[in-house]
Design a protein around this ligand. Structure first.
Ligand SMILES: C[S@@+](CC[C@H](N)C(=O)[O-])C[C@H]1O[C@@H](n2cnc3c(N)ncnc32)[C@H](O)[C@@H]1O
Length: 234
């Protein structure tokens, strides 16, 4: 991923765009910066909206400081929830074609020692993601997922979900073309021609399904295959 521009989430307070905040759990979303009044003499802190009688000192006796903004924790659909569940045993995760980023954000937020990368070729998608308060163990990159150099180790997972099989197969070929002795696993959930991508990973690269499941949501059936390399195949 030599020319990728990665973004490590910072700690600055950020406003959540409406389009995403409406999908987020309200308890964890903090669209406005919160300030606290800190009494210099006692260290007592109260929110600026606290009771009036608590503010007994002159304003110059208080310092104003910013509280850590809350992380954006997305509310997940049944389909995304299944993706997160199937990915939960992995500690390095690539969410390829991440779009809204909910899968990667949830996985990073659930386990701070996990390394999560949200990849999308759309600048708009990545700019929007970078405007959120993201977990510090999550990076974003605006790049063609087919050019990403994964670590290729056990415990590593590449998620290909919600895209067409043609795109998914090209990403698989790009990732695995320079790689021998495959170690990473793939989690595939393709909206159309799911079987085509499963067959591609199996026949060309020798991966086999270790878990298969289906989820019904809004009268649609989504299929999921967690696929791991067979040892010795390269
Ligand atoms: C329909 S969204 C799927 C979002 C998410 N994975 C999900 O399952 O809900 C497909 C995303 O893949 C991205 N995409 C398509 N081709 C790509 C590629 N070659 N590399 C990176 N991202 C790609 C698109 O920009 C889009 O945001």
């Amino acid at each position: 991923m030599s020319d990728a521009t990665t973004h490590q989430a910072g700690s600055a307070s950020q406003t959540i765009p409406d389009v995403l905040s409406e999908h987020c759990a309200t308890a964890s979303v903090q669209p406005l910066q919160t300030v606290a009044l800190c009494n210099r003499s006692s260290g007592f802190i109260t929110e600026s909206s606290g009771l009036e009688e608590r503010h007994t000192k002159h304003i110059k006796d208080y310092s104003i400081r910013t509280l850590e903004p809350a992380l954006t924790i997305p509310k997940l659909s049944r389909r995304l929830n299944k993706l997160v569940q199937l990915a939960s045993d992995f500690n390095i995760i690539w969410d390829m074609g991440c779009d809204h980023g909910k899968t990667g954000i949830a996985l990073a937020a659930h386990n701070a020692s996990r390394e999560v990368h949200c990849i999308d070729c759309s600048k708009h998608v990545i700019t929007r993601l970078q405007s959120l308060q993201l977990p510090t163990n999550l990076t974003t990159a605006c790049v063609d997922a087919a050019t990403v150099k994964i670590h290729n180790c056990k415990g590593e997972l590449v998620i290909l979900a919600g895209m067409g099989s043609h795109t998914a197969n090209k990403i698989i070929d790009g990732i695995l073309s320079d790689t021998g002795d495959y170690q990473a696993s793939f989690l595939v959930s393709i909206h159309r021609n799911h079987d085509d991508t499963v067959a591609h990973l199996a026949s060309r690269y020798g991966f086999s399904t270790t878990q298969h499941c289906e989820v019904e949501e809004k009268k649609k059936t989504y299929r999921f295959d967690l696929m791991s390399p067979q040892h010795g195949h390269s």
